[in-house]
Design a protein around this ligand. Sequence first.
Ligand SMILES: Cc1cc2nc3c(=O)[nH]c(=O)nc-3n(C[C@H](O)[C@H](O)[C@H](O)COP(=O)(O)O)c2cc1C
Ligand code: SF4
Length: 486
Amino acid sequence: MWRPPQRIKWYPKPGAWPDEHEAARSTLFAPLSHRALQVQNRTWVPAMVPWRATHEGFVTPANIEWYARFAQGRPGAIVLEATGIRDVPSGPLLRIGDDRFIEGLSAIARAVREASDGQTRLYIQLIDFLSIRRRPDPRKFIERFLALGAHHRKALGVPESTDDETVRMQLLALDEANLKTVLTAREFESLRYGDRERVIDTHLRHVAELPQVLPELFAAAARRAREAGFDGVELHYAHAYTMASFLSALNTRTDGYGGTRENRVRLPLEVYRAVRAAVGDDYVVGCRYLADECIAQGNTLADTPFFGVEFARAGMDFVSLSRGGKFDDAKQPRVGEAAYPYTGPSGYECMPQYISDEQGPFGRNDSAAGQIRQAIRAAGLTTPVIVAGGVFDFRRAEALLVNGTADIIGLARQSLADPDWSAKVRAGQGEHVRLCEYTNYCEALDQHHEVVTCQLWDRTGLDQPGIARTPDGKRRLTPPAWVPAG
Ligand SMILES: Cc1cc2nc3c(=O)[nH]c(=O)nc-3n(C[C@H](O)[C@H](O)[C@H](O)COP(=O)(O)O)c2cc1C
Ligand code: SF4
């Protein structure tokens, strides 16, 4: 992962934890009610893919245990990991693109309800993504994948009638610097990073037709989520995926779904309306989007408060704010591997690590989130705003609520480090919290699609009988149980 060149090390210092009386009086542990969104407290576990699904996208017992374990800590809400809305093979990513997935997902919903005694709400993040290929072997790319055109012949200075084999031979003889002058920018990128579809590739029929197919795909997935017993859905409009790419300032589509910010938000609003029509007004529908894309020419606060107001005005029950996490500045993958959107500077903004700059890894999204919330409030709307990014301590979580930055606090990696965070802090036992160290060991596992665990607990008590482990037997799959003191 990319890290700021300053290399300043930051360690979580939580300050004084509240006793149970202070916790009980706090805004953090007060319920929140906004239309269908009813949470018992304002702690929120944002979506995190733990790579526990089957290769066909079905729920496994490990998925069920994972979410039940989070629910034992009784956060206000958990958002189930990004779950694919299409009925297409997507590796070990959960899927909801067909009714056959409902049964497994409903087992998670039941387990969460049971483990939290009905105290924790469960939402599911619905995702669509475009295809991305692994970085090719350069020889194979030129011999097999590159579609030859007149521009190659012209750049090589050979007659237009030159046969393909000769052109490919000439290309193979070039080094990377020279290839760069012969290939188009896009071809050169495909060679160096692997071919990646974009929403602006409207010459591809399935990309041109996204505005026609996505509303119904999201709506059908949301209908299934409701049937499976989830309390609501979070539309994934963030990071490197299809819907975020429609919102992006880099979206130059000319079919009414790109260009101006009004056009860029059009499909996200149409998807929302289709979902709302499918599930009704008494069901939670919100979205997660980027307060800042953190890439060159990407969305900034010049546009993102506008999107927040549009989503709130359309009737979303919440907006959850993340930042960065784009392919555009991702690290070059190794040959045979796919690019990963959290490896560049924008990825750092999304999941900031303890080796950082003067600003540090805690609260990099706070200011932007506060400005978006302010814009929503200025428009006369009361839609709850969720902020995430390096929250591990009660004091900062409470301050973010009291000073109007957000209405609900997302704790992603801190919940992974210690799913009992809410229960411990509420019980006045904050000193027993297993503090996240923001090393991003978990994120590195995610990057390689390996079963995600936390380094602070995955070797603890491994020798005890009945501990569920990773396939190699070296790590436990869920953290040890917390036994409250006294
Ligand atoms: C292992 C892992 C998987 C993640 N998967 C998702 C995901 O499926 N959807 C999503 O919107 N964000 C995902 N994220 C990002 C988190 O939800 C969160 O925005 C980010 O970690 C910053 O919050 P934090 O500092 O509280 O961890 C993931 C993060 C981690 C560490
Ligand atoms: S591995 Fe654990 S301590 Fe490290 S960043 Fe992830 S959750 Fe935090």
